[in-house]
Design a protein around this ligand. Structure first.
Ligand SMILES: NC(=O)c1ccc[n+]([C@@H]2O[C@H](COP(=O)([O-])OP(=O)(O)OC[C@H]3O[C@@H](n4cnc5c(N)ncnc54)[C@H](OP(=O)(O)O)[C@@H]3O)[C@@H](O)[C@H]2O)c1
Length: 187
């Protein structure tokens, strides 16, 4: 079944997304940016269904325990090593295509949108997958030290959309950090 794949990520100017298993700007919190993440990933387009979030094992454990699983979303964790879903996660998959198969077969009746929420290798795999892909990128306009990165968004493969329903075009600022919401779609 062909479905749109969505990814959502917040990146520093050097495409950094993480440091020491946390967000680069930790301990600064960007609450409105987090609200954007929550709204985009948890709002299904079909009433009665739930969106799916797919993430790597390290991203799962980077979420504070009290916030796991991400509520109102079906949480799938990817790992080659784990034999069972980590406590609180709904499903475990051994690779990205198994996760998508799980969504399309076992979860077909109750799953709506698919959201890849990190980290690096999953974003890369999603960005190189066939079919329509949308990247919801928060460009953080301040550099922090990073050890984990998003692959380059190639202008040959992705075009930036001028607007997208529910995504503000205004410059945002929280705790002295400016950022912008951007949406890219595969060409
Ligand atoms: N800025 C943002 O928007 C954002 C978003 C997400 C994460 N982050 C940050 O990014 C960092 C975590 O990302 P990361 O790239 O280091 O790790 P990650 O992708 O979250 O987790 C890596 C692990 O996930 C499993 N995995 C990944 N791809 C897989 C695949 N295709 N098939 C099977 N298993 C797969 C493997 O687990 P096993 O080793 O168990 O096999 C791998 O070691 C943290 O610092 C986090 O805060 C930032």
């Amino acid at each position: 079944m062909s479905r749109i794949l969505n990814a959502i990520v917040a990146v520093c100017p050097d495409l950094g997304i993480g440091r020491n298993g946390d967000l680069p700007w930790n301990p600064v919190r960007l609450n409105n940016e987090f609200k954007h993440f929550r709204k985009m990933t948890s709002t299904p387009s079909v009433e009665g269904k739930q969106n799916v979030v797919i993430m790597g094992r390290k991203t799962w454990f980077s979420i504070p325990e009290k916030n796991r699983p991400l509520n109102n979303r079906i949480n799938i964790v990817l790992s080659r090593e784990l034999k069972a879903p980590p406590a609180g996660a709904h499903y475990l998959a051994a690779d990205f295509s198994s996760a998508l198969r799980l969504v399309d077969v076992e979860l077909a009746d109750r799953a709506d949108q698919v959201w890849v929420i990190g980290g690096s290798s999953l974003y890369k795999e999603m960005m190189e997958s066939p079919g329509t892909r949308r990247l919801f990128v928060t460009q953080i306009l301040k550099q922090f030290e990073c050890d984990t990165f998003l692959p380059e968004i190639s202008p040959d493969k992705y075009r930036q959309l001028t607007e997208f329903p529910g995504v503000s075009k205004e410059l945002q600022e929280e705790n002295g950090i400016q950022y912008r919401f951007e949406v890219y779609e595969s060409i």
